[in-house]
Design a protein around this ligand. Structure first.
Ligand SMILES: Nc1ncnc2c1ncn2[C@@H]1O[C@H](COP(=O)(O)OP(=O)(O)OP(=O)(O)O)[C@@H](O)[C@H]1O
Ligand SMILES: [Mg+2]
Length: 338
């Protein structure tokens, strides 16, 4: 690819973009704040600070839902803003975007069209299946005939895939991830303590207290509004309560992992038993989630550093290394019978 090449991972929670020219990466919240329905008020991490805090004339939103682009217009604007921030200018180049595997061709094409139809001049646009980028990002030789099981637990989605010979053998995306865990924590705190908390507070409780197989004596303070009195209130939340909240979601992820394992051809299963599975995505940082996977499946679990950046590291490698260009493709155009 050209010197001005960029890798882009458009996550539900975080937008990651890498530039080959200056080896710079941005990883910020995929959030936009629009004032009075037309003016860009803020984007990225500063816009996230305003989430659930903004007055009625400022609309703060996430344009990606469950791994697919839900709001093309705002996503296009965010892409241009992030590219400008990375480069200091909006000059074009070549773009390589990671796309989930288990979505429709039309949804895949939407990632391509987002760049093609933006104000940025693009020379060449291609996509890479996310599990392939994940595998390259954790340092695996994706083109070898060895089977690899990749579990990417992100924000709105968990994508479980078996890959071999540079291609996807099986892949399933489920609508469960860190975000759903935050929701279940909000719900249980409301039920148990009559306390309404925001999603950022729930995320902090998860980061500080969540453990996939144990609870401890730890507690963490949460601020919110009491349902009964209507007044602001604080409450110590126990690790036990958070543990109870997240059980169902974690077990639905485990069920999907087992389902993929049941469908995996036996020769590839043998490779997976030998190497273990690879856990990526920001929610891989939930304490003891590796131990839960081992308990439920018997597999060894490998977690890389900064698991939320595995996809963008993989894209950086793919666009920088000519030998890996065969992993990229151009999604087909929308057909009338789609
Ligand atoms: N230390 C931590 N413990 C638990 N969860 C964490 C931690 N750090 C980040 N997370 C969670 O990781 C998620 C973000 O991960 P990631 O960046 O992989 O998502 P994404 O790529 O934006 O989403 P998706 O792939 O589903 O579209 C959030 O739900 C966040 O709460
Ligand atoms: Mg992701």
């Amino acid at each position: 690819m050209a010197q001005h090449a960029y890798g882009i991972d458009i996550g539900t929670s975080n937008f990651k973009i890498f530039s080959v020219a200056n080896k710079k990466m941005i990883n910020e919240k995929n959030v936009i704040a629009i004032k009075n329905k037309k003016e860009i008020y803020s984007f990225g991490d500063p816009a996230f600070e305003m989430y659930e805090k903004a007055p009625a004339n400022i609309d703060v939103s996430y344009p990606v839902k469950f791994g697919v682009i839900a709001d093309i217009k705002n996503m296009g604007t965010l892409f241009e803003c992030f590219l400008q921030k990375l480069n200091g200018q909006n000059n074009g180049g070549d773009f390589c975007i990671a796309v989930p595997t288990d979505i429709t061709e039309v949804e895949k094409r939407a990632f391509y069209d987002l760049i093609a139809e933006s104000k940025v001049k693009s020379k060449h646009i291609c996509v890479v299946e996310k599990p392939i980028a994940d595998a390259v990002g954790v340092g695996l030789d994706v083109e070898s005939p060895k089977g690899k099981l990749i579990i990417d637990i992100g924000s709105d989605t968990t994508e479980i895939s078996v890959i071999s010979l540079g291609g996807i053998v099986l892949s399933k995306i489920i609508k469960t991830g860190g975000h759903k865990l935050d929701d279940t924590i909000c719900n249980i705190v409301r039920k148990k303590h009559n306390l309404i908390i925001g999603s950022k507070t729930a995320e902090q409780l998860k980061i500080n207290l969540a453990d996939a197989i144990n609870s401890s004596d730890a507690t963490h303070v949460a601020y919110g509004r009491n349902i009964v009195t209507g007044l602001p209130a604080m409450q110590d939340i126990s690790s036990e309560l958070v543990y109870q909240a997240i059980q169902e979601c974690l077990h639905s992820i485990m069920d999907s992992v087992k389902m993929i394992l049941e469908r995996t051809p036996p020769e590839l299963s043998a490779d997976i038993i030998e190497a273990g599975c690879y856990l990526t995505g920001g929610s891989a940082l939930i304490h003891n989630i590796d131990a839960l996977i081992t308990k439920e499946t018997g597999l060894k679990v490998n977690i890389c550093d900064a698991p939320s950046e595995a996809v963008i590291r993989g894209l950086a490698e793919i666009i920088s290394n000519d030998k890996l260009h065969g992993l990229t493709f151009v999604p087909r155009e929308k057909q009338y019978n789609d």
